[in-house]
Design a protein. Structure first.
Length: 462
């Protein structure tokens, strides 16, 4: 689900849903999603099944099988050469095992309570009865985070642009480098991930008064202070893009660049603006469309939803009858075929579609690439791609993977573990993993009796 944030609902912890990553539509290989310092987020393999209630294997975005179905437990898509196996006892007692994305099933480290993605070749993890630590892809501990400046570290995010946000025991956020050293002390109520050497930080007393938003660099120097409107705490902040962010409310969305300068001013006709690469998904009274920086409509705003397909000059649109299909830049259907679901072109050349209960791969011309069909392939559609990005700072809805990695470990006392709820999420004795509400995605993707994956138009809370 492409999510937005209502600031008034949040407590003093890291709230922004989506990592600052450029979704580069139209690239030669859009599955290589560039981050701020050329860090790439690669989704190459997808979990699949050949029969109902069958085992799970991994298949490439080009239709080539990495290994046949053999896992009894659900496995994830691969992110940066690593995939996860669900070892959870139940929803409130999640466990996760990590593996290198090869056919040898080499496990990385142990079974963890939670783990982040491998960005800059290291990932945050939490093991039973331990504080947060960062490991490499061999499972070796790179550094541990017990205390910084004499205060316990309660949570961390994944790395972005070479820095990782951490939360101290007084519920303030700062940043560490790849060696685990604090480079910006924990003194902010809310922070965004870094991109292009800059980020947005917020401080306030009671949200309605004395609120400040600043653009800072990697040394914590203030580049620009932004004027905050009186109702800022009800604003929606979209941080999905390396170049731009969207900020506003009630049809007053505006797009800013990373220096805090206004690029697109809000209009009453724009109900929502979401930056995606160098294009902008826009909602009007007539529906969703896509425009460029000059505000020229590329896809007319008349659909239930519209999204760049991550292939050159292709877009995914959904109609009111729940059917989705591909269109070109001229607005014409590709192959005049409608589907129940369409994945993004993660390699820029191929994608997965669902037609009824069958899954298969197509190319940019809408042709089945090998005439093979599958019982189930996990579609990384626009909804699930947003989940991947969201999982950079919120745990994935199936696995304790990605997200804000939290630890309640106290060396001097017994460890207290209890499920995180909306009422205790900001406390210092909560469980190791931030539990976020079920997004409503299907439990077994691809089955008619379960909920569809492509839910953005009817589930995003607008």
């Amino acid at each position: 689900m492409i999510k937005y944030i209502k600031l008034k609902k949040e407590r003093a912890y890291f709230i922004f849903s989506l990592i600052t990553i450029a979704l580069l539509s139209g690239c030669a290989n859009v599955g290589d999603v560039l981050g701020a310092d050329n860090q790439k987020i690669k989704v190459v393999y997808l979990p699949y099944q050949t029969e109902k209630d069958g085992r799970w294997g991994l298949i490439g975005t080009d239709g080539k099988v990495l290994f046949e179905p053999e896992f009894r437990n659900r496995i994830s898509y691969s992110v940066n050469g690593v995939y996860a196996e669900d070892k959870s006892i139940d929803y409130d007692n999640k466990r996760i095992a990590l593996y290198k994305a090869d056919n040898e099933h080499n496990q990385i480290g142990e079974v963890y309570l939670a783990a982040g993605y491998f960005l800059d070749d290291i990932a945050p993890v939490v093991a039973e009865g331990e504080s947060i630590k960062f490991i490499d892809k061999e499972g070796n501990v790179v550094f541990k985070l017990d205390k910084i400046n004499g205060k316990r570290v309660l949570a961390v995010t994944n790395f972005s642009d070479g820095l990782c946000a951490y939360k101290s025991e007084d519920d303030l956020w700062g940043f560490i480098d790849k060696e685990g050293k604090s480079v910006i002390p924990a003194k902010y109520k809310i922070v965004c991930p870094f991109a292009k050497g800059k980020t947005f930080v917020f401080n306030f007393k009671d949200r309605k008064n004395d609120a400040t938003c600043s653009v800072i660099d990697k040394k914590g120097n203030v580049i620009k202070n932004l004027k905050m409107e009186d109702d800022w705490y009800e604003s929606e902040f979209m941080d999905t893009n390396e170049e731009y962010i969207s900020f506003g409310r009630h049809g007053r969305d505006k797009v800013l660049d990373r220096d805090g300068n206004v690029v697109i001013k809000g209009k009453s006709t724009y109900k929502k603006i979401w930056p995606v690469g160098n294009e902008f998904i826009v909602k009007t009274d007539n529906g969703w469309g896509i425009m460029n920086k000059e505000e020229k409509m590329i896809v007319r705003p008349k659909y239930r939803f519209a999204m760049p397909a991550f292939a050159d000059n292709l877009y995914i649109v959904e109609e009111d009858d729940d059917k989705c299909y591909l269109i070109g830049g001229d607005g014409k259907k590709i192959e005049d075929v409608e589907y129940d679901d369409i994945s993004l072109f993660l390699d820029g050349k191929h994608t997965v579609v669902r037609d009824g209960k069958e899954y298969y791969f197509i190319d940019t011309n809408g042709k089945n690439i090998d005439n093979e069909t599958y019982y189930n392939i996990y579609c990384v559609n626009a909804y699930e791609w947003a989940n991947i990005l969201e999982s950079m700072f919120h745990c994935h809805h199936y696995f304790a993977w990605g997200g804000i990695i939290k630890s309640d470990y106290k060396p001097e006392v017994s460890v207290i573990k209890k499920p995180v709820s909306e009422s205790n999420m900001g406390s210092t004795d909560s469980v190791s993993v931030e539990k976020r509400p079920d997004s409503g995605a299907q439990n077994e993707p691809g089955f008619d009796e379960h909920k569809k994956q492509i839910l953005m138009p009817r589930r995003n809370p607008l």
